[in-house]
Structure formats: C-alpha cells, structure tokens
Design a protein around this ligand. Sequence first.
Ligand code: SAH
Length: 217
Amino acid sequence: MEDTFKHKGLREKLVDGIREKGIKNNAVLSAMSRVPRHLFMDNGFINFAYSDRAFPIGAGQTISQPYTVAFQTDCLQLKRFAKVLEVGTGSGYQAAVLCELGVTLYTIERQRELYEKAQKLLPSLGYHPQFFFGDGYKGLPTYGPFDGIIVTAGATTIPQDLVKQLVVGGRMVIPVGTTQHQVMKVVIRESENEYSVEERGDFLFVPMLPGVAGQNR
Ligand code: SAH
C-alpha cells in the first residue's frame, strides 16, 4: 500500500475540515497533512481513513479521531525538539504526527499486539520514536522528565506518577472521566510541588487500563 495522489487529496480535505472545526495551529495541521493515516488502519477500513472518525485497530482499541489528535496535539503547545511521552501507542498515528513536529518521542503501549505492530510500521515510514511495552500509569521515570505528556486513553483520575515526570512548565494532556464520557484536561506543572488544571471540553476515548494486557498487576 502506498501513499498516492488520491490519498494526499483526501488528506487535504480532512485537514481543511479539522481547521473549520476550530483548530488553528498550522504546525499541527501541516504535520497531519503529511501523515498517511490510511497506512495505520487495517485493510478493511482504508476507505474510511480520511473521514474524521475513530476506527477499530484490533485488540479492542481504536485509532483516535483526527480532530481529537489535532486537539490534543495543539493543547501540548510543543516546541521543536521537545521531549514528549505518549501513553497509548495504539496504531502509532498520533506518534507519527508528533514525530512530524520534530519532537523526541517516547511512546508506551500495554497491548503487545499493538506495540509490536507499531514498532514495525512507524520506522518503515521514517518515524523513529522509542517504543516501550508497559503500563503508562507508571510512565517512564528513568527517561523523564518530559516537556509534554499526552495520554490517548480515558483515565479516571490524573495519575500522580505522570505529573511528577513533567518538567516545571511542562504540560500533560489527558482525558479524565468515566468510561462513557471524559473531559480533556491540561495539567501544567507550575513548580516542584504545584500544578494547575485547565478543562478543555468533552471527549470519548477507550479506557486507560492498569498493568499490561494478559497479566495480573
Ligand atoms: N494514540 C493511539 C490511540 C490508541 S487508543 C493512536 O493514535 O492510534 C488508546 C491506546 O491506549 C490503546 O492502544 C490502549 O491499549 C492503550 N492503553 C490503555 N491503557 C494504557 C496504559 N495504562 N498504558 C499504556 N497504554 C495504554
């Protein structure tokens, strides 16, 4: 499967639609116009790759809706060369968008099948984050602190272990709520011991689960 002129055209339309929905960050929109989303989806869904919808990717998980990817990435307010942790590699699509923005990316996934698939796919497209198989609730204490942390699954509370892995001034974007409904929160580490939380609207993600799949904690 390649990236054709037709795919590029569909992608431009998708990005125009996301801009119309209110995302003004040109760096994010232009990164998304470069990532071939159809290559991150199972063959059966290729025709849907450029509609603004979430889709199944196996292991009961989903590739996030493009608007949501744009929204979360925009909330991070990233600078080039920022060090970023993504929780929930999933298909690898969000990771590719972050790599396009020139950040140093660490990404962690708890489903082995998805971890392995993304670890093959992303480098084949020229994206080279560091991949980890494990529990994102714990983060990566030995690799932090991070300028940004993006959680792409719905958490019930703000994980304190992750807040501690932000640099002072760093931001974590995380959907928090029930399995039916989450509010996007932007957590800013204000000082060694203080952080602030901003709320940015309603979303629906697959749940952030503890431990790694197939094993007890
Ligand atoms: N960023 C992904 C979205 C995938 S959906 C993409 O662009 O496709 C969310 C992912 O988070 C799922 O793959 C799920 O397995 C993973 N996940 C859920 N809880 C997790 C945890 N505690 N640690 C790491 N990954 C987790």
